[in-house]
Design a protein around this ligand. Structure first.
Ligand SMILES: [Ca+2]
Ligand SMILES: [Ca+2]
Length: 603
């Protein structure tokens, strides 16, 4: 057997086991034991002129609600793969085994393995280049091939890519590369977007700091880890007791981990303390001795203004410098560096330079017609209100809308500057050509849209986030408007760095969209806020279903601001039902004992 296949086999086997041992899969597809179940194996003819390519084969669950057993690979997951029907497989078994060896000897990219549970009854539909076949695997056949493969030795893999992960707190789509605000000045992030993949339809799993970050770092959805509100630490959630953070996972697979600033909301503490080999610091920026702008009864967090005088006093700036310095060093192992910037999280204090980018009287305010609320379900305020943030009425009453909005824009430009420091350090470092960069924000932010401030809603302003990927193998330029979730970061990086599959991950690798941004994706981005409320966002639509059954439906093709709720329009029943199929059916209950909703707004 070829060396290449020897090195690939354990990886592919592990990867496939994962798919079917994942307990969150709704139809209960469980692997009996790591290798005690049954598997399918698919290879193509080495004699054919077809050029094979192994690609992410994330299996989408089709027909979840219809109860069929069909499993459908994500469209375009397989390109140029030759498939064969049942009879052929049976007849060609000895040939297939030889074909695998021959193909592997030629190139590891010429092998595809599909492993399926319960093969006597599972159909797998593969999209082939020229035709489509349904393949029914037979248990005995597949186990035979599997045994054949398992008797082979493993082989060391090629050197790994480094990872630079930059996360930003509370940054919505007000960046030039997402076009969320016409005046936003974000040249450094724009540059990154241009030289990599800009996911323009990316969304968080929960629109608030801690659960969103827990999802990114664990690769597990809120509906499994059970945190839908601000609060629980990663390490206290029972569902994550044996789930490694992405940093830990990379570390366990030979990486040196560095982290600084706000990455996990509560930091890497308790059993996570060892996940990080070297800290880049987690300082706080200075706060002025007295509030600068907020009305006296507002939360202390909700203040803003030009302070301090210089960038050098800001925690983000110091962190950027620390990261820049670390990037100049040589490391014995590949590194995974996470850098978390706190602005534009409130309080919105940044040096005056950044305020000066926005003329106080002339920059654009978001469109927020009051009539927009007329078609919302009656309960929308009960779900979305949060006593710590001011209401839009309060902001307007105190005449603060313009100065508060300006401080948010200034904070974005300041953070963009810090991102620029890190990116330019990487560019001039020895790691410039072998480091993947991923930049994301934990959720969006309202500045008066739908008469709302801050986060926690299931509307576009709250769920949409910047998500950029760049680096070796990622072609520059084109944006991707297919839905993406922050949950997808972990499996994407695992695949790009050729790490073994982590069986806990619930996101889908974005590698198909990194290879080709037009690759369609069936799975929408799913966001949950407070227990029982969910949003389903695909390329063109958003459906929101609240815990009391109330709904909203928006057509983003002609209503990007989600002004026009179509939930009660019978014309759109079909799309509504199509989206509703993705609603989580067995969401884990909220872990936190006392809801944030019990807070009382100060008078
Ligand atoms: Ca946040
Ligand atoms: Ca409306």
């Amino acid at each position: 057997m070829g060396q290449a296949l020897r090195s690939l086999t354990p990886y592919l086997l592990q990867r496939a086991c994962v798919e079917f041992s994942n307990p969150t899969r709704r139809r209960g597809s469980k692997l009996n034991a790591a290798l005690g179940g049954s598997f399918g194996f698919l290879v193509g003819s080495p004699r054919s002129a077809i050029s094979w390519s192994y690609r992410s084969y994330a299996l989408e669950e089709a027909d979840t609600l219809s109860g069929t057993r069909a499993m459908e690979p994500q469209r375009d997951s397989f390109k140029n793969v030759m498939t064969m029907n049942t009879t052929s497989i049976l007849r060609l078994l000895p040939f297939l085994a030889r074909a695998a060896v021959a193909a592997a000897a030629e190139s590891p990219k010429k092998i595809v393995l599909i492993l399926a549970e319960d093969l006597g009854s599972t159909d797998i539909t593969l999209r082939a280049k020229t035709s489509l076949y349904v393949i029914r695997f037979i248990q005995a056949v597949t186990i035979a091939i599997l045994s054949f493969l398992l008797t082979r030795e493993t082989h060391a893999e090629a050197p790994k890519l480094n990872v630079l992960m930059i996360c930003i707190d509370d940054l919505n789509d007000w960046t030039a590369f997402l076009g969320g605000h016409p005046d936003a000045v974000t040249p450094h992030m724009d540059g990154l977007a241009k030289r990599g993949r800009n996911f323009t339809n990316a969304h968080c799993t929960v629109p608030v700091c801690s659960p969103s970050r827990v999802s990114v770092m664990s690769g597990v959805a809120a509906t499994t880890h059970g945190s839908y509100e601000l609060g629980p630490k990663y390490e206290v959630l029972p569902a994550l007791s044996d789930v490694p953070t992405i940093q830990r996972y990379f570390k366990d697979n030979g990486y040196y981990t560095l982290s600084g600033g706000k990455v996990l909301h509560h930091g890497f503490n308790g059993r996570l303390a060892g996940d990080i080999d070297r800290t880049l610091g987690r300082r706080k920026s200075p706060t002025p001795p007295k509030p600068l702008n907020r009305p006296a009864h507002w939360s202390r967090a909700w203040d803003w203004g030009a302070y301090p005088e210089n960038n050098a006093e800001m925690a983000e700036f110091q962190l950027a410098k620390n990261a820049a310095e670390a990037l100049q060093q040589d490391f014995e192992k590949p590194f995974f560096m996470s850098v978390g910037f706190f602005r534009p999280h409130v309080p919105l204090y940044v040096p005056p330079t950044w305020f000066n980018l926005y003329d106080a009287d002339s920059f654009t305010l978001p469109r927020n017609p009051k009539s927009d609320l007329d078609d919302l379900p009656k309960n929308f305020l009960g779900i979305n209100d949060y006593a710590v943030a001011p209401t839009h009425a309060e902001v307007v009453k105190h005449g603060k809308q313009r100065s508060l909005t300006r401080a948010y824009l200034a904070s974005i430009s300041f953070v963009d500057h810090c991102v620029g420091i890190v990116l330019s350090a990487l560019k001039s470092s020895p790691h410039a050509d072998n480091t993947l960069i991923v930049l994301w924000s934990d959720h969006g932010f309202h500045l008066g849209e739908k008469q709302h401030w801050a986060k926690r809603t299931l509307w576009e302003e709250s769920t949409r986030v910047p998500l950029l990927c760049a680096g070796p193998g990622i072609k520059a330029g084109k944006a991707c408007s297919e839905p993406a979730s922050l949950l997808d970061i972990y499996p994407t990086l695992v695949e790009l760095c050729k790490l073994p599959v982590n069986p806990h991950l619930e996101g889908l690798s974005l590698v198909p969209q990194l290879n080709d941004p037009t690759t369609p994706r069936d799975r929408p981005a799913i966001t949950s806020s407070y227990f029982g409320n969910h949003s389903i966002r695909n390329r063109d639509w958003r459906l929101i279903v609240y815990d009391d059954g109330a709904e909203e439906l928006y057509d983003h093709r002609n209503d990007p601001h989600e002004f026009n709720n179509l939930a009660n329009d019978p014309t759109h029943k079909a799309i509504r039902n199509q989206l509703a199929r993705w609603l989580p059916r067995e969401a884990a209950p909220e872990f936190k004992a006392k809801s944030e909703r019990s807070r009382v707004r100060p008078k």
